[in-house]
Design a protein around this ligand. Structure first.
Ligand SMILES: [Zn+2]
Length: 486
């Protein structure tokens, strides 16, 4: 699960009161304490969950840092398990043409070779400011950004492609600042220019400013839309604000390419019997935040909940489904690399999809299932974007212990790999039970905090609904206006 950055605000109203209660949950509560019939053995095995999660979240894997050799070990381990379950290999072929279960995603990266500048041109006059001396950058997605200047009050509407200069009141509070920046980002403006904060000013005046980092990207991939937040010193901002309409601005500097390495996906396939080529996907992300050497004491971000728990859900579902009757629809079990660093594994997979995207009926992405969320009934999981498509409600009818995401203000639908797929039109939601615990993205997200019986029960509740989805002709759809980008 990625940190909230400039996620789009949700454009719909969630009616929590109207949530249907899962039939499975209701049945569990009605069940008498003593039973006369023999208890059925759960398909999902708690000991397997413990075994897999203990390995993935062990210190030996050093926090599975995105794009590191440890992430690769996690991918190889998951792929190796997929093979053991009898799945078909969905990864790269070796020199002999034999397919494996791991997919290498080549990455490239760049860095500034000198301080970038911010230049504004108006009526033949050019003003040029230098990074570190006149401004800092608090968010950056591309080495070069240009556009027409748009000076606006926080309440106005930003223009797509513009470099938006925000006219904040004196002593603007942090909340208005963040919300306005989110709005500018969501409107697909090219950049936001703001007055520097007191902290920015102190850092800048101290003079020990590091050049801004440029995000890595998938090798050969077309450059995505850039965005930057430029925090300008007061005198420079006053100059910009005084310019007549029609000024143009440019941010950028000289860059040099650096070795971007790679990230790793693990892919196993349970081939369906039908020839119409339909598929469903069960996914999670295998990377986490690695190690932070600047910490004292524990330095390893084990990511037991985020997202070893999701990988284990995919693994156990793969084992159980592969052991059952062959489904009609093909099932792809995919654990993505580099979710935490920008969703690169998912983006590469979907850009090189083994099936046409319109044939992917649904993706269930699993994130942070390791502890129950007190906000939902015991034993249930929640589905992000539940109210966006017909998938969640239909699975509830089939017995899934799923409810809507009880934290709509957190924008979780936009904060995992499901969103990468949803933006390409695939019905893709994240299954989770993250109750906003304070170990999120901390070194304390450890195996010791995992509730294994809860994980076992809740994943088990999804086996039959997923088996149903892999055999039915039902196709979930986006509800009107709920498809991302619609
Ligand atoms: Zn995360």
């Amino acid at each position: 699960m990625i940190r909230r950055s400039f996620a789009l605000p949700l454009s719909f109203i969630v009616v929590l009161a109207a949530l249907p209660l899962s039939p499975t949950y209701a049945q569990i509560r009605r069940r008498p304490a003593t039973r006369t019939t023999a208890p059925s053995v759960p398909a999902i095995n708690e000991n397997n969950i413990r075994a897999q999660l203990n390995f993935l979240a062990s210190d030996a894997l050093q926090g599975r840092g995105s794009g590191t050799g440890y992430e690769r070990i996690a991918a190889e381990y998951i792929g190796s398990q997929f093979r053991q379950f009898g799945l078909e290999a969905g990864g790269d072929a070796d020199a002999g043409g034999n397919k494996g279960f791991v997919q290498r995603v080549p990455m490239e990266s760049a860095k500034f070779s000198g301080p970038p500048s911010f230049t504004v041109t108006s009526g033949g006059n050019t003003h040029k400011w230098e990074f570190g001396k006149d401004f800092l950058v608090s968010f950056l997605r591309a080495p070069h950004i240009s556009g027409e200047l748009q000076v606006m009050e926080p309440s106005a509407k930003p223009t797509k492609g513009a470099i938006v200069v925000l006219k904040f009141p004196e002593n603007v509070d942090q909340r208005l600042r963040q919300e306005t920046l989110q709005k500018v980002f969501a409107a697909q403006a090219a950049a936001a220019v703001v007055i520097e904060t007191e902290a920015n000013r102190k850092t800048r005046e101290a003079g020990n400013v590091r050049l801004p980092n440029l995000p890595g990207r998938i090798a050969g991939e077309a450059k995505g839309e850039g965005f930057a937040v430029i925090a300008l010193r007061k005198e420079a901002l006053d100059t910009v604000l005084a310019l007549p309409a029609g000024a143009r601005a440019e941010f950028g500097g000289a860059v040099e390419q650096t070795d971007g390495g790679a990230t790793w996906n693990a892919i196993g396939v349970l081939r369906g019997t039908d020839t119409d080529g339909e598929a469903i996907m069960l996914s999670a992300h295998l990377d986490h935040l690695g190690v932070n050497e600047s910490l004292t004491g524990d330095k390893i971000f084990n990511g037991a909940d985020d997202d070893a728990s999701g990988c284990v859900a995919v693994l156990e579902l793969a084992r159980v489904l592969a052991a059952g009757k062959r489904p009609r629809r093909t099932i792809y079990f995919v654990c993505f690399g580099s979710e935490e660093r920008g969703g690169f594994g998912a983006r590469y997979f979907i850009s090189n999809s083994p099936v046409p995207l319109e044939k992917i009926v649904a993706d269930f992405n699993f994130e942070m299932l390791g502890r129950p969320d007190a906000k939902v009934p015991p034993g249930t999981l929640w589905l992000t974007g539940y109210e966006r498509s017909t998938l969640g409600p239909e699975l509830v009818k089939q017995g899934a212990a799923l409810v809507a995401d009880p934290h709509p203000d957190q924008n979780f639908f936009q904060r995992s790999d499901n969103y990468t797929l949803a933006q390409r039109g695939v019905i893709a939601h994240t299954v989770s039970s993250f109750g906003l615990h304070t170990d999120y993205h901390r070194v304390s997200d450890d195996v010791s905090k995992i509730d294994f019986p809860f994980m076992t029960r809740s994943i088990n509740s999804l086996v039959k609904p997923i088996q149903w989805l892999s055999n039915t002709r039902f196709r979930p759809e986006w509800l009107p206006g709920q498809k991302p980008g619609s």
